[in-house]
Design a binder for this molecule. Structure first.
Ligand SMILES: NC(=O)c1ccc[n+]([C@@H]2O[C@H](COP(=O)([O-])OP(=O)(O)OC[C@H]3O[C@@H](n4cnc5c(N)ncnc54)[C@H](O)[C@@H]3O)[C@@H](O)[C@H]2O)c1
Length: 271
């Protein structure tokens, strides 16, 4: 059974691979034998990634600086990957911008005043960037007649943010509301996934979404006090909680699965 999850020889592109979740996914994909091409806008090998990835993973790790909102930049990255390893077998569309609970209040005013430029920036990265990565890397997979794409969604692309969770920011004097752009952009990812699952089915490129809930990142205790009762499993996620889904969807274990949404949220959206 374990062979079904084996990723030896697979080339997997992980966007945002130097972020909190991306570096965990990259390390865990490497551990299953994959060759991992990280796409991020941050240059240099992040120290934390260095700790997760031992001994340069036998040359199975590439870190490429690219902007997912630029098709030209992504095509350049694809050229490098193909030259090194050949066409990718997998793509984890993980890069995104969010407004965490401690984001500056100027970005998080009332809906009526939410800046148009902020809306454009978030949609540009979270939705258009995902679309462009699918075009460039997914297109290369379709030409090969195989592949797996995982688009990273969010509970906030499925249900609305509960603004009560951010009450502590308002108590502290900030005019803070979890903004609309992240939710709007993430919800678009679900039908981009279904569209492509249907479009690329004959080429055997599978496309699925994963829905993640909040990851523990030293949030304010007043946030946790309100958030945790909304999670049946009673805790925020650890990045490693999501790796199993990524490995599964990248591997043959999920070979008959496309157009689906895997919800890994501690039960958040079930109550
Ligand atoms: N952390 C959470 O609580 C949580 C919850 C639900 C869903 N998610 C989703 O999980 C994914 C990863 O989140 P994270 O918490 O690791 O975020 P993060 O901010 O730690 O990492 C995101 C990475 O994306 C990169 N990135 C941003 N814009 C880019 C661009 N234009 N081009 C290339 N790279 C770019 C950043 O440099 C960063 O390394 C995101 O899609 C996020 O929406 C996260």
């Amino acid at each position: 059974m374990d062979d079904m999850f084996d990723l030896a020889g697979r080339v997997v592109v992980v966007t945002g691979g130097l972020g909190q979740l991306g570096r965990r996914f990259s390390a865990d994909l490497l551990a299953r034998g994959a060759r991992v091409a990280i796409i991020d806008q941050t240059e240099c090998h992040d120290r934390t990634l260095g700790k997760l990835v031992t001994a340069d993973a036998d040359g199975r790790l590439l870190t490429l600086v690219a902007d997912i909102t630029s098709r030209a930049s992504l095509e350049q990255a694809l050229t490098t990957i193909v030259a090194q390893w050949g066409a990718p077998h997998g793509l984890v569309n993980n890069a995104a911008l969010d407004s965490p609970p401690d984001a500056p209040a100027s970005e998080n005013g009332p809906f009526e005043d939410y800046p148009e430029a902020s809306f454009d920036r978030i949609v540009d990265v979270n939705l258009k960037g995902t679309f462009l990565c699918c075009q460039v890397f997914g297109g290369a997979m379709a030409r090969e007649g195989r592949g797996s794409i995982v688009n990273v969604g969010s509970i906030y692309g499925v249900v609305a943010p509960d603004q009560n969770l951010y009450e502590y920011r308002r108590q502290d004097g900030a005019t803070f509301f979890k903004p609309v752009a992240y939710s709007a952009a993430k919800s678009g990812v679900y039908n981009l996934t279904r569209y492509l699952a249907a479009y690329w089915g004959k080429q055997q490129v599978r496309v699925n979404t994963v829905t993640f809930a909040g990851v523990f990142n030293n949030q304010d205790p007043r946030f946790l006090e309100k958030y945790l009762p909304k999670v049946p499993l009673g805790r925020m996620a650890d990045p490693a909680d999501y790796s199993g889904a990524i490995i599964f969807l990248m591997s043959d274990a999920s070979r008959y699965m496309t157009g689906s949404n895997m919800v890994i949220d501690g039960g958040f959206t079930s109550i």
